[in-house]
Design a protein around this ligand. Sequence first.
Ligand code: CMP
Length: 147
Amino acid sequence: EEEKTLAMIKPDGLFSNHTDAIKKVILDSGFHIFEEMITQLNKDGASSFYAEHSSKSFFSSLIKYMTSGPVLVMVLEKENAIADWRNLIGPTDARKAKSTHPHSIRAMCGQDLEKNCVHGSDSLQSAPREISFFFGGTLSGTEATMH
Ligand code: CMP
């Protein structure tokens, strides 16, 4: 069944020029890029996007990282898009991904447990919420810089 998921290239992925390589993997894997935007999260936006992690010890570091530069957000469309994108990006810890999932996107462009270069919605519930966070028309907590 056709699904949409939210994919994001995080600030480290954009800084290190991995965008073209990641987009090639996306298209070669049969995803359609339904819409995309470069934007920059501010502190409120990042805190809201990652609200489920607000009590974690790494939260303030995560917010600093995610507001450190622009991100590229994409709505990817394909059959089984949510699970397939999560499989393609690999485990959260990019350092571990390099040994256990060497062909994953995080192995290719991530650095460690925090700077893991890409994001993917994790469920049928989170995907529409995350898509409307960025593409719902009322962008609060982000500043669109390019289309
Ligand atoms: P992601 O799983 O996409 O969303 C939550 C993010 O928090 C995760 O990617 C990492 O960037 C970061 N993260 C998760 N766990 C840790 C951790 N233990 N230490 C630091 N950052 C983390």
